[in-house]
Write a protein that binds this ligand. Structure first.
Ligand SMILES: [Zn+2]
Ligand SMILES: [Zn+2]
Length: 277
């Protein structure tokens, strides 16, 4: 159990687009986006990719769960673990679910319950027993989900929108920015504002700068752009995240070596690892 002031992020899923399990991705991990952030005794979950399944298993024996779940957006790779998040089935649990990209056309409750519908999923919405609260907001708002926890947000540049988060606790900050596409030579002012002086910045690093021209308008960015943004904003630790499923462990080792040269102390996210600001 976390101590009263412990603040950390555990990477439960680090992959973008589609899960890619197997020998070639065993070291960095094949599950899609899901972060576990602990703020003292509070649990924040960011995104519900397939990494939310091992997270649900890890907390199953901790007693009743009272947590906040924040979605960056609802593309499949960020919600496909939701039907397999067993914490939904326990009536002792309480979950508050947040999203900042859906209004006015959709709501997060409507989208997630639409996924838990035949013929898509074995667990239908009427089998959810946890006490659920759904909170739609507009990216850019500041949220206070728990005493002592502030969550700042900003809109990202992604098809159908996405929300970036900055979680602040005990004077430290962890930022989570995925999925987003940059415009070369024009740093995103929304992002620079959100990550200003941040301790940890987890950023959509799907591609390298060399790969990027072939993927314009796909909604993603590069690790080099993440470095440039962190340098410009005076952020501390940069984290490479949302790895392309085609980038195997050897490729990611090369990224790790290259990012270390450009910005020493940077981290390439690996499934199951923990980082403290
Ligand atoms: Zn994604
Ligand atoms: Zn997306």
């Amino acid at each position: 159990m976390a101590s009263d002031d412990d603040f950390y992020v555990c990477f439960r899923g680090v992959r973008g687009s589609i899960p890619c399990p197997g020998a070639r991705t065993a070291r960095y991990g094949g599950n899609t986006s899901c972060l576990e952030i602990r703020c003292g005794g509070e649990l924040l979950i960011l995104d519900g990719g397939t990494g939310i399944r091992p997270l649900g298993q890890a907390v199953a024996d901790d007693g009743p769960l009272d947590a906040d779940v924040f979605f960056t957006h609802t593309h499949l790779d960020h919600i496909c673990g939701w039907p397999y998040f067993t914490s939904l089935l326990d009536p002792e649990n309480s979950l508050t679910v947040w999203a900042g990209h859906l209004l006015p056309k959709h709501t997060i409750g409507g989208v997630l319950n639409g996924l838990l519908t035949e013929p898509f999923a074995p667990v239908n919405a009427d089998r959810v027993r946890a006490r659920m609260t759904y909170r739609d907001f507009k990216a850019g708002e500041t949220l206070e989900p728990r005493a002592g926890v502030t969550v700042r947000t900003a809109p990202l540049n992604h098809p159908q929108g996405a929300t970036a988060y900055r979680v602040e606790f005990g004077g430290k900050s962890i930022c989570y920015l995925t999925d987003t596409e940059h415009v070369p030579g024009a740093p995103d002012e929304n992002i620079l504002g959100l990550i200003d002086g941040a301790d940890v910045v987890i950023y959509d690093s799907t591609y390298t700068d060399e790969e990027f021209p072939a993927h314009v308008n796909w909604g993603h960015s590069t690790w080099q752009e993440g470095v440039r943004l962190c340098d410009a904003a005076g952020a501390k630790t940069f984290v490479v995240f949302h790895h392309d499923p085609d980038h195997d462990d050897e490729f990611m080792d090369r990224v790790a070596a290259d990012v270390e040269k450009m910005r020493p102390g940077s981290v390439v996210a690996r499934e199951g690892t923990t980082l403290r600001p």
